[in-house]
Design a protein around this ligand. Structure first.
Ligand code: ASP
Length: 343
C-alpha cells in the first residue's frame, strides 16, 4: 500500500465550508462557524511534513445543516476547475451533520479521477481532544495518495476511509460516528500510510446535471407504524419526486397502496429501506404494500442506497429526465456499484 508522500506532491485543494471543525465560542452562547480554512490548516501539526502543496480557500462558513444542494453543485464546479488546473485531489472541511449527503452528491458530480475527501470534526477546537487537526491531516494524506485516484468521493474521519456511497453518521457525539454498514470502510490511515482493504467494484456516474434547471424538489417520507398514508397526496402535490423510507426490505402499510400508486403515476416514487443497511428486495414478498407490489404499482426500488442518498440521486437525475425507465435503470446501476446481482 502507499507510503506517506515525502517528495513534494502537486497541489491538493483544501476548501472550507464551516462546521464544528471551524467553530469558536461566540460570546456566552455556544460555538459557531468562524475559523477560515487557512486557520484550520495552520493548526495541524505535521501537515507541512507531508510535502503536499496546499491551495487553501474558504467557500462557505455554515453549519453543515444549512448547506444546500445548490452549494454543493457550485462547489463541484469549483473543484473541477482546480483539478483541470492541476490539483491531484481535494479536501473539503465541513459540518458532520450532512457529510453523508454532501459526500454522496460530490461523488455523483465528480467527473474526474481526482479524489475528493470530505472531513470534519465531532469535538470543536475549544474542547480537550479536538479531532479536527488529526482528521484534516488524514484527509490530506488520502487526497494526495495515488491509491485514492478513481475512488470518487471519500469520507475520512477517525483515520477511517469510507466510500461516500456507503457512509452513514451513526452517533450524535462520538468521534467514531462514521460507519459503512454495507461492506465496511474502504481502508484506514495507519502511521501516516493509506491502507486500503476494500475497493468498490466500479463507480456509478450519472449524466451531468442540467444546471439550467432548478434543483427538483424531492421529498422524503418515512413509513411508520399505523400511518394510513392520508397525508401523502397533499405532500406529493408539492413535489417533483418522492422517496419513501420504507419498512424492512421495502414495505409500506396496505392502507397506502391506492394513494401511492396514484402518486407514482404522476411523479417518480422511489422506495428505500429505513433499516440502515441491506438491499431492498424485489420479488420475495407478495402482500399489498410489499416490495413486489410497490414495483408492480410503478415505484422504483433504491437497492442498497439509503433514503437520503436515494433522494439526492433522484434530484440529480430529474434535472435531465423523468422517464421511469431511465430512472429505474439509473437506480439499478447506482446499486450495482455496491454489489452486482449475479446467480
Ligand atoms: N455537529 C455538526 C458538526 O459536526 C454541526 C454541523 O454539521 O455543522 O460539524
Amino acid at each position: 500500500m502507499s507510503r506517506r508522500q515525502v517528495a513534494q506532491v502537486p497541489g491538493v485543494a483544501v476548501v472550507g465550508l464551516g462546521g464544528t471543525i471551524a467553530m469558536a465560542q461566540a460570546g456566552n452562547g455556544g460555538v459557531i462557524p468562524s475559523l477560515s480554512a487557512e486557520d484550520l490548516v495552520a493548526a495541524v501539526p505535521g501537515l507541512a511534513g507531508l510535502g503536499v502543496d496546499l491551495a487553501v480557500s474558504s467557500f462557505r462558513s455554515q453549519p453543515g445543516t444549512s448547506l444546500t444542494v445548490e452549494d454543493i453543485i457550485e462547489l463541484a464546479d469549483v473543484l473541477h476547475q482546480q483539478f483541470t488546473d492541476g490539483a491531484v485531489g481535494a479536501v473539503i472541511t465541513q459540518g458532520t451533520d450532512t457529510i453523508e449527503e454532501t459526500a454522496y452528491l460530490l461523488d455523483l458530480l465528480n467527473a474526474t479521477e481526482a479524489p475528493i475527501v470530505v472531513t470534519g470534526a465531532m469535538r470543536n477546537p475549544t474542547l480537550a481532544g479536538a479531532d479536527g487537526p488529526a482528521n484534516l491531516l488524514a484527509a490530506v494524506t488520502v487526497a494526495a495518495s495515488p491509491h485514492a485516484r478513481g475512488l470518487g468521493c471519500l469520507v475520512v474521519l477517525a483515520d477511517e476511509i469510507h466510500a461516500a456511497a456507503r457512509v452513514r453518521k451513526s452517533h450524535t457525539m462520538s468521534p467514531s460516528t462514521f460507519i459503512s454498514p454495507n461492506g465496511g470502510p474502504l481502508g484506514y490511515v495507519v502511521e501516516g500510510y493509506v491502507r486500503l482493504v476494500n475497493r468498490p467494484a466500479h463507480r456509478y456516474r450519472p449524466p451531468a446535471p442540467n444546471r439550467d434547471q432548478p434543483v427538483p424538489r424531492v421529498g422524503l417520507y418515512t413509513a411508520t407504524l399505523g400511518d394510513d398514508g392520508g397525508l401523502l397526496p397533499a405532500l406529493a402535490s408539492h413535489l417533483d419526486g418522492l422517496v419513501i423510507a420504507a419498512f424492512g426490505a421495502g414495505h409500506v402499510p396496505q392502507q397506502w397502496v391506492a394513494n401511492i400508486e396514484e402518486i407514482a403515476g404522476r411523479i417518480p416514487v422511489v422506495f428505500a429501506s429505513r433499516t440502515g443497511s441491506g438491499f431492498t428486495a424485489t420479488d420475495t414478498y407478495g402482500f399489498p404494500g410489499s416490495e413486489s407490489d410497490l414495483i408492480a404499482r410503478g415505484l422504483i426500488p433504491a437497492g442498497i442506497l439509503d433514503p437520503y442518498k436515494a433522494r439526492l440521486l433522484l434530484q440529480i437525475l430529474l434535472t435531465t429526465t423523468d422517464s421511469r425507465e431511465s430512472l429505474r435503470t439509473a437506480l439499478a446501476a447506482a446499486t450495482d456499484d455496491l454489489g452486482t446481482k449475479t446467480r
